[in-house]
Design a binder for this molecule. Structure first.
Ligand code: HEM
Length: 538
């Protein structure tokens, strides 16, 4: 009897699966004709092969990109990789990066690509934010100019945050690396975006954190859903973000209103402009005023929503990066001597520069810089840089041997992850070699007597914020991540504080990342042992 019931249940499951697949074939929008160039990930020319490849692409994308890089990119050829959203990646060889990045946004759009793959339509709570993108503009315009003023606040947050999370006991204790990195970044980034006291307000931070996590959930849920169901799934999974936004806004809206009032006082002369706090809210209002933007840009709700959209970019990637650096360094074992070298650098630079951090001081932390850049090279969070084709007539291939036309809606991409693992560029590419970039910069420096200028430029090119066609972790060109200068300062100061004040134990081996399809993140359960140093630097 039981086996009959089980059989019936299996039939019901199979029948439902068949209905979903049939609906998928029937109702999926028919793709526009793609150029006749090689595919990776599609093994036959049968009509259903395209659909199968699209379904399988969630899991296989990284593998297929790597395969395409070896087979085609290295030989200067473009190829096609399926994408779960149904649109296809036309992946260009690395020497066409310059051409791709020069395309105007109305031809190959960075924003359309970012917001589509990040489920912007469902997860960002307000479509105006995606269209206007003022928060991105604010970061591009403001962050590099203001960062010197931010350092003091971020250092204060780092000290308080690390002391609270890692404790002050001189006994060894286990720390979960990803959890503690995420909590620290959440606080330090928010010190820069909204300042005190909000950056320590648990209720506010928990809604910001849940919002950003839900963006990822929404991204993956929509990628795993056939297109005819995508709107339903997207809006359902994205729905909690409206609630998280409203709960977070209960804290931000009063601060924003107060700030608008402070600007009025500055106009009236009753407050000095220097007394305005240095954070996203001030940058947003100041830029909107200086550009003569309409009233909408000053609406507290608009500012709060821009802030929330920015939180995703500003939190998730730096948190994963900090966790990766800690695991890569500790996982290299005691023979590497990495922890000692990095601690020595932090103590020396901090002492030599009168125990204060500045943009210039942090530039002297070349080993730390190299250790972070090397982690970012080894595991690319965003494995392809992309743009979405906008014009109805599509986009013609870059000048050269190829003559294809990429149809409207397709993605033009450049493979970043495998570029970073190319042995012709990076010898022994799968090894974490923390001081790889520092050594190269040093080699450049030794040629200084001859070509002082070139040496300087070379060292700058190898710094963690510099981007090139061979280092794409922050993108490249006019859309390269504007937050990377903040990331540099934040991560260097975090590493310095941790090493100056804590003993950290090496791990027997680097714990493997959690990898599932496009996801490649530090293992959530991995721990390191830390204890407060008895003779810590004050
Ligand atoms: C380790 C940390 C980070 C990494 C690896 C990272 C990486 C990236 C990448 C790859 C892009 C896309 C570039 C392109 O398509 O050409 C990007 C864009 C962007 N990032 Fe970051 N990012 C990080 C941290 C941050 C932070 C802290 C902020 C804000 C404070 C930020 C704000 C942005 C913005 C606004 C854009 C869009 C820029 C545009 O399209 O013009 N990012 N980031």
């Amino acid at each position: 009897m039981e086996s009959l019931l089980a059989l019936e249940r299996n039939h019901a499951v199979l029948a439902s699966l068949a209905i979903v697949l049939a609906a998928y074939f029937l109702f999926s929008p028919k793709s526009r004709p793609l150029p006749d160039i090689p595919w990776v990930g599609k093994s036959s020319t049968l009509p259903c092969a395209d659909t199968w490849a699209t379904l399988a692409s969630f899991i296989n994308r990284r593998k297929w990109f790597a395969e395409g890089y070896e087979k085609h990119s290295r030989h200067g050829q473009s190829f096609i990789v399926p994408h779960p959203l149904g649109e296809k990646h036309i992946t260009l060889p690395p020497d066409k990066l310059g051409w791709l990045l020069e395309q105007p946004d109305h031809v190959a759009s960075a924003a359309d690509f970012h917001y589509e793959i990040l489920a912007g339509r469902y997860a960002w709570t307000d479509s105006r934010i995606n269209q206007i993108l003022f928060h991105e503009h604010v970061i591009h315009k403001s962050i590099t100019r203001k960062d010197a003023k931010l350092l003091g606040g971020m250092w204060d947050e780092i000290r308080t945050g690390v002391d609270e999370l890692w404790g002050k006991s001189t006994d060894w204790r286990d720390v979960r690396v990803l959890d503690s990195s995420s909590e620290l970044i959440l606080r330090v980034v928010n010190r820069a975006l909204v300042g005190l006291p909000l950056c320590r307000n648990r209720d506010y931070l928990s809604h910001v954190d849940s919002f950003t996590t839900n963006v990822l959930l929404c991204t993956f849920a929509t990628q795993l859903t056939p297109s005819f169901l995508r709107d339903i799934v997207g809006y359902v999974v994205g729905a909690p973000n409206h609630w998280h936004y409203r709960r977070a806004a209960r804290w931000t809206l009063p601060v924003i209103r107060e700030r608008l009032d402070m600007f009025r006082q500055v106009d009236e002369g009753s407050l000095a402009a220097d007394d305005l706090p240095e954070d996203y809210i001030t940058w947003h209002i100041a830029l909107a005023r200086s550009e003569g933007r309409p009233d909408q840009f000053f609406a507290p709700d608009f500012i709060a929503r821009c802030l929330m959209a920015l939180e995703f970019a500003a939190i998730k990637t730096p948190a994963a990066t900090l966790a990766r650096v800690l695991l890569d360094v500790c996982g290299s074992g005691p023979n590497s001597g990495y922890l000692e070298r990095l601690r020595d650098e932090a103590e020396t630079v901090y002492a030599t520069h009168h125990q204060t951090w500045s943009k210039q001081t942090l530039r002297h932390m070349t080993y730390t810089d190299s250790a972070i850049r090397e982690s970012m090279r080894l595991t690319s969070l965003l494995f392809a840089l992309g743009r979405k084709v906008v014009p109805p007539e599509g986009v013609r291939a870059p000048p050269g041997d190829e003559t294809w036309v990429a149809p409207q809606g397709s993605y033009l991409t450049i493979n970043a992850a495998d570029r970073h693992l190319d042995p012709d560029l990076y010898p022994d590419p799968t090894r974490y070699d923390a001081f790889r970039f520092a050594r190269e910069a040093q080699a450049g420096r030794e040629g200084k007597e001859k070509e002082a200028n070139q040496e300087y430029l070379r060292a700058r090119r190898l710094g963690m914020t510099s981007t090139s066609k061979d280092f794409l972790a922050f993108g490249h060109g006019r859309h390269a991540c504007p937050g990377r200068f903040l990331v540099e300062q934040m991560l260097k100061m975090l590493m310095a504080y941790m090493l100056m004040h804590y003993d950290i134990e090496y791990l027997p081996a680097r714990p493997a990342n959690f990898v599932l399809g496009p996801i490649n993140v530090p293992p959530p359960g991995a721990t390191i042992k830390v204890r407060r140093r008895k003779n810590e630097v004050k």
